[in-house]
Ligand binder design. Structure first.
Ligand code: DOR
Length: 430
């Protein structure tokens, strides 16, 4: 099968490539990149006026399978990823059962290969069933293809357990992904503690809950030499701590979500459960701090933290709603609208933070457009105007704080291993 992508603006910051050219894809790989390629192909995709980028990678997705399929499944979650222009997702282990054993890792990988529309990487849990008591079978899970470990959704309260995990991982070189929010302080609130929480009378979680947790985790990385990746950084204090850790040369990396870069706690003013998330949406100064940290390299990548819940679970009062909302189908559009078109990020930076860096840090195959590389490609229309409408989403967890947002910029095709899995927003049948 040969696919010829004609006349697009091919952008790969990892090679300082930004040129109008053609990309020939053959048997799932990039066979050739060049001007006016004349090869015969089974299909030609006219990318005139579009950007051809290495496939976008989301290292923080909740697929909910096994066990929580009322919220999402491998099939619906990967369809949502394809629709959003994402070619690889890494799924988090807070499923039922949790991803704590090699058999669950193999099961997800097998089902994803059969039913998935995009590549699925698996993040196993640090502790058995994310209970924070004993280590899970990390070595066995690595053998079956897990790429990292996390107790996402929970902080690893036990420093002893985290030290053991970190020491163990130094011989494997797999990152520990830390959900860094101190548990006791976190348990007392429902949103960011600040002027808005005071105004609407909702108990808040202080941002220092995040800072305390991040401080311990980067100290463990510095002490053991194990790679610790800080998930969904949302506090400017936490970003400062990560900046200092990186300056010391400690093996720390970090991610920020699309919503923590673009929304403030003012979104919670109407008590909409679509704004409840952990870490919470914070005040403007923290949002500015996230943007600064992204720009100076303190934060390495942008993620979705796609955390779908069944719509009826979110249809309750603010304090009773579960944390999280969907993000796979809005991330590219929101980033292009609020960060690229406003001049916060250049196109190179968008692609670096959503493709090249995640691939590099988690040692994945994608993230580059080079001859011989896997043909995972995202095609963007930077100027396409569209409105977020959750009724059109593929995800089960329709709830989004971006409902009704007018966006400029969208992924218009998603190509995974040479196969077009989404065209113009429609996911292609398997
Ligand atoms: O808001 C969140 N929801 N944050 C998390 O870290 C977990 C996630 C979930 O699993 O629903």
């Amino acid at each position: 099968m040969k696919l010829l992508i004609k006349n697009g603006r091919v952008v790969d910051p990892s090679q300082h490539l930004d040129a109008i050219c053609d990309v020939l894809v053959e048997d799932g790989k990039i066979a050739k990149i060049g001007k006016k390629l004349a090869e015969a192909a089974d299909e030609t995709y006219d990318a005139t006026g579009k950007v051809v980028a290495p496939g976008f990678i989301d290292m923080h997705t909740h697929l909910r399978e096994p066990g929580l399929e009322a919220k999402e499944s491998i099939r619906t979650g990967t369809m949502a990823a394809a629709a959003g222009g994402i070619t690889t997702i890494a799924c988090m282990p807070n499923t039922k059962p949790a991803i704590s054993t090699s058999i669950v890792v193999s099961g997800i990988k097998e089902r994803a290969a059969r039913e998935g529309f995009v590549n699925v990487e698996v993040i196993g849990s640090i502790s058995k069933d994310e209970q924070g008591k004993e280590l899970s079978e990390m070595g066995d899970m690595l053998e079956k293809g897990a790429v990292a470990f996390s107790d996402d959704g929970h902080y690893v309260d036990s420093s002893r357990l985290l030290m053991n995990a970190a020491r163990y991982m130094t011989s494997f070189d797999a990152p520990l992904v830390s959900h860094s929010i101190e548990s006791e302080l976190n348990a007392d609130g429902y949103m960011h503690e600040g002027a808005v929480s005071a105004k609407i009378g909702v108990p808040g979680v202080p941002s220092v809950a995040e800072d305390i947790a991040v401080a311990r985790d980067v100290l463990v990385a510095g002490y053991t030499g194990a790679h610790i990746h800080i998930a969904h950084v949302a506090s400017k204090g936490a970003a400062d701590i990560i900046r200092q850790a990186k300056a010391k040369g400690w093996p720390v990396t970090a991610e920020v979500t699309v919503h923590h870069l673009t929304l403030t706690d003012e979104a919670c003013l109407g008590y909409s459960t679509a704004t409840r998330v952990s870490p919470p949406l914070r005040s403007r100064d923290h949002v500015e701090g996230m943007r600064e940290a992204l720009l100076d390299g303190t934060i390495d990548m942008i993620v979705t933290d796609h955390a779908p819940h069944a719509p009826e679970e979110k249809d309750v009062e603010f304090r009773k709603a579960p944390n999280g909302f969907c993000g796979l189908e809005t991330s590219v559009g929101v980033v292009l609208t609020d960060l690229y078109h406003t001049g916060v990020l250049t196109l190179d930076q968008v692609i670096e933070k959503m493709s090249c860096r995640p691939a590099e840090i988690f040692k994945l195959k994608g993230g580059r457009l080079t001859e011989g590389a896997l043909a995972d490609i995202t095609i963007l229309d930077l100027d396409k105007e569209w409105t977020v409408d959750s009724k059109k989403f593929y995800t089960i967890g329709k709830v989004t704080p971006f409902e009704g947002k007018q966006c400029k910029g969208k992924a218009v095709a998603t190509i995974v291993a040479g196969n077009i899995v989404m065209r113009d927003g429609e996911v292609c049948k398997k």
